[in-house]
Ligand binder design. Structure first.
Ligand code: TXA
Ligand code: MG
Length: 347
């Protein structure tokens, strides 16, 4: 067990001394968790294979799951990608720095460990001042998967990182909660039309304004009701069974009310502000309000912390409402689907 340094850093004007301390650790092959505008990332030198290997070990992540490479500018993309298609420049003008990750053909010099053996590499320029300062000081591309144990909820605070990775990594730069709260949109530019592999901070609607048609990889729902119960123990996050409920507001609320009335279990409900008036008198059940249906940015920002709270609460089973399939709602639905062991679609 190693000692993990935790350093408070100013989110807008990061202290130069702290950034150079962190950059030194990276250059020596160490691991530094740092804030991005989406979630905290676990940073390591993308060009140092041993450092990259340590990232997988610290997270207990399977080697087949590829990492995102973070760069401070367009020029550095050529350290890891074979070439930069014109679409990247057009996307960069509008979305970078920001929560968009593009998948490009990889440079063959790049360690296959970074890409999970694939011949493509995922790259982004993050928008957080601390992330950019660290990337510039380290002066190299950094791999940075979300700074959580594999399968856990992504961390939106330094405390979330500490809870998962304390004693496994060298340093955590604590700049407070991350502003966006869900991970970047992953867009595969090696296919035509481009394909959204993971919905995120940049909506498909916005991408289409720049690129024309893009496909959204349709999500095959998790095994859901058919999932073998034996698999549940291995299903890390959240530790409790979670059901996602999709449907018109009235049907969703009726289902929630019925569950609250009849369930022999203590329930934890992840709901919208607008639901509260319809769910008066929760009895033994716990209500976690993540935000308004009219403010999906607020919902995204609170989502992971709310899931962690419900997981640590006395609730035995969790129910989450859906937030719609448009804009950020798509990213929120995607994350809740992955967290859920059941998805209920009401007519
Ligand atoms: O917002 C984010 O993207 C955060 C912050 C820290 O930047 N990072 C993040 O990394 O979410 P991670 O490792 O938790 O998720 C990376 C995602 C995975 O879904 C992975 O499968 C996909 O990107 N990915 C990475 N390389 C890929 C590739 N070459 N082809 C397709 N998908 C790839
Ligand atoms: Mg992750």
């Amino acid at each position: 067990m190693q000692k993990t340094l935790i350093r408070k850093v100013h989110p807008e004007k990061p202290e130069r001394r702290l950034i150079s301390e962190a950059a030194q650790i990276i250059r020596r092959g160490g691991l530094v968790a740092f804030p991005t505008e989406t979630v905290y990332g676990l940073g390591a030198d993308a060009l140092n294979e041993e450092a990259v290997r340590r990232v997988f070990e610290a997270k207990e992540r399977p080697l087949s799951d590829p990492l995102i490479v973070h760069v401070p500018n367009l020029a550095m993309i050529s350290y890891v990608a074979a070439y930069v298609p014109d679409a990247v420049y057009r996307l960069a003008r509008r979305f970078w720095p920001g929560p968009l990750t593009v998948v490009l053909p990889r440079l063959h010099l790049l360690s296959p460990l970074v890409t999970g053996g694939a011949d493509t590499v995922a790259i982004r320029i993050p928008a957080h001042p601390v992330a950019l300062a660290l990337l510039r000081a380290a002066d190299r591309p950094l791999v940075a998967p979300s700074a959580n144990l594999f399968g856990h909820t992504s961390p939106t605070t330094a405390e979330h990182v500490r809870a998962d990775l304390d004693g496994r990594i060298d340093m955590i730069l604590d700049a407070g909660p991350t502003p966006l709260g869900v991970e970047s949109t992953v867009l595969d530019l090696t296919r035509q039309p481009p394909v959204v592999l993971r919905p995120g901070g940049i909506t498909p609607e916005a991408l289409q304004e720049v690129l024309g048609p893009v496909l959204i990889r349709d999500h095959t729902p998790p095994e859901g009701p058919l999932r073998s119960p034996g698999l549940l123990e291995r299903h890390y996050a959240p530790h409790k069974p979670l059901e996602l409920i999709i449907g018109p507001p009235e049907s969703v609320r009726a289902h929630l009310r019925e569950q609250m009335r009849s369930s022999p279990f203590r329930l934890g409900l992840l709901i919208a502000e607008e639901d509260l008036a319809h769910l008066a008198d929760p009895g033994p059940h716990l209500l976690e309000v993540v935000g308004s249906l009219k403010d999906l940015a607020g919902v995204a920002r609170n989502l992971y912390a709310a899931l962690r709270r419900l997981d640590q609460s006395p609730a035995e089973r969790l129910l989450a409402r859906d937030f719609g399939g448009h804009g950020l709602g798509l990213a929120i639905r995607d994350r809740l689907r992955r967290a859920a062991d059941r998805v209920l679609e009401l007519g």
